[in-house]
Design a protein around this ligand. Structure first.
Ligand SMILES: [Zn+2]
Length: 263
C-alpha cells in the first residue's frame, strides 16, 4: 500500500444514524466495509445489506455502550478485525491499540494512526489518516465530550492536540449535538460571526434532515468555544459567569466545561 492509496473519498464515508443522536460511520471501498463505534448491530446490518458490503473491520474510540453495543453480534456474524483502546478490556476486541500505533485496513487501502485523546474517558482514542479524523465523543461541532472518568486538564490537552491537525481535516464525531452545542457557544462567546453563519447553515441542514457532520478542524477552531479558551470575548464571559477570571487557557477550559454541564 502506498500513499496514493491511503485516501478515502468523503462520499465513501456514510453516516448511519443510531439511537437518539449517535452516528455510526461506515467506510466503504469496493465490496468491503468498516464501521466506527457500532453501538447497534441492526443499523449496520441493514446498511451492509443495502449496499451489498462485507464488514472487515470495526474501529472503537472508547468503551461506552452506545459505541460498542453491536460489536458482539457483528463479530459473531462477520469475523472482522476489531480495534479498540489498549487501556480497556472491551469484549470482542482483537487488537488493542494506543498512541502512535498504526491501524492498517488492507481491504479498504487505508492506514490510520492512533491518537490518545483522554478526557471524556481516560482511555479514549481517535483514528487519524491525512484529511480525516474519527474523534468519537471527544470533539463535537461547537462542543466537546463530558468528563466521564477523565479530567478537564486531559480533555483540554486532547482537544488542543486535535486542533493542531491541518484545518482541512474532516472531523467525524459520534453524535449529532451541533444545534444544542451552538446554543451554549452563543452564550459563552456572544460575538462570533463565523459561529452565527455556521448556526444558520446547521439549522438548514437539520430542517432538511441532514447531518451537520463531518465538520472540520478549521471551522471548529473558529466557532467551538472549547477550542477558543484564549479568545478575549470568551474569557470575559467565563469570568463573569464563574465570578473569577481564569488565569490561563486550561482554567478557562475547566470553567467552561463546568458551565456547560449545567447549561
Ligand atoms: Zn461516550
Amino acid at each position: 500500500m502506498d500513499d496514493q492509496h491511503s485516501k478515502i473519498r468523503s462520499a465513501d464515508i456514510i453516516p448511519l444514524p443510531a439511537f437518539r443522536d449517535n452516528y455510526i460511520w461506515l467506510l466503504r471501498r469496493g465490496p468491503w466495509a468498516a464501521v466506527v463505534d457500532p453501538g447497534d448491530a441492526s443499523v449496520v446490518e441493514a446498511a451492509l445489506r443495502e449496499h451489498g458490503l462485507r464488514l472487515v473491520a470495526i474501529l472503537l474510540t472508547h468503551h461506552h455502550d452506545d459505541h460498542i453495543g453491536g460489536v458482539a453480534e457483528l463479530a459473531a456474524r462477520h469475523h472482522p478485525a476489531v480495534f479498540g483502546p489498549a487501556g480497556e478490556n472491551i469484549p470482542g476486541v482483537t487488537r488493542r491499540v494506543g498512541d502512535g500505533d498504526e491501524v492498517v485496513l488492507h481491504a479498504l487501502e487505508l492506514r490510520f494512526s492512533v491518537l490518545a485523546i483522554p478526557g471524556h474517558t481516560p482511555t479514549h482514542i481517535a483514528y487519524h489518516t491525512p484529511g480525516i479524523v474519527f474523534a468519537g465523543d471527544t470533539l463535537f461541532s461547537a462542543g466537546c465530550g463530558r468528563l466521564f472518568g477523565g479530567t478537564a486538564a486531559q480533555l483540554h490537552t486532547s482537544l488542543q492536540r486535535l486542533a493542531q491537525l491541518p484545518n482541512d481535516t474532516a472531523v467525524y464525531c459520534a453524535h449529532e449535538y451541533t444545534l444544542a452545542n451552538l446554543a451554549f457557544a452563543r452564550a459563552a462567546e456572544p460575538v462570533n460571526p463565523a459561529r452565527d453563519a455556521w448556526l444558520a447553515e446547521c439549522e438548514a441542514l437539520r430542517a432538511a434532515g441532514r447531518p451537520t457532520l463531518p465538520t472540520s478542524i478549521g471551522r471548529e477552531r473558529s466557532i467551538n468555544p472549547f477550542l477558543r479558551t484564549d479568545a478575549p470575548g470568551l474569557i470575559d464571559t467565563v469570568a463573569t459567569h464563574s465570578g473569577q477570571r481564569p488565569a490561563n487557557s486550561a482554567e478557562c477550559f475547566a470553567a467552561l466545561r463546568r458551565w456547560k454541564d449545567v447549561f
